[in-house]
Design a protein around this ligand. Sequence first.
Ligand code: C5P
Length: 219
Amino acid sequence: RHHGPLRGRHVVVTAGGTREPIDPVRYLGNRSSGQMGYALAERARDLGATVTLISGPTALTPPRAVTCVAVETALEMRAAVQTACAHADILIMNAAVADFRPAQMAAEKIKKHGDEGMTLQLVQNPDVVGELAHRTDIFKVGFAAETHDLLANARSKLQRKGLNLIVANDAIASIGQPEIALTVLDGEQAVELPRQLKAEAAATLLDLIVARFEQWLLT
Ligand code: C5P
């Protein structure tokens, strides 16, 4: 850990999905397992970085020698990312942050009334990485899991959120699967990482992030 290309660097990684409370016992969630984010955090540590891993609830064991911050909601994720990014060199925003949350959390467990349906009102969550667009001192990597128009959607997120790199993947082909194919995009080029085990994909991806980070430092 005292050697490696990321020695002396602080890398912040977010992982897993957020949970948005509906009432004391229910939440809105998503299928993110956290595997990719945890593997990226471990790899960054092995390359010499000081790593902060900000994670939604997962079934994974926190990696050794990494500062772990446990969060549940998008608003908690935002606060933790802002704190960790006070001093950060690289932000890898891998978490599946909920775009919406219930407008209010019911204080008591919601009951059903007869055979009526029910409507849940949602409000938008802040865009955690998008809000850091002014932090041009941090090398920022986002993810785009899409079900259609993969590259076009990823490119527009790269621009809109002010990212240095975006990692695109087909949400349906990779969700809950052991393997993943990735396309890494910046303003100009697209690099394809062929389908491989997620831990291997994470290692290859982090090497590519480090190479781009080093180029970016020179600009
Ligand atoms: O817009 P979409 O959710 O597909 O964007 C994905 C990227 O933006 C991911 O890097 C994700 O972590 C980040 N994101 C965020 N805050 C949100 C939603 C997504 O930082 N509220």
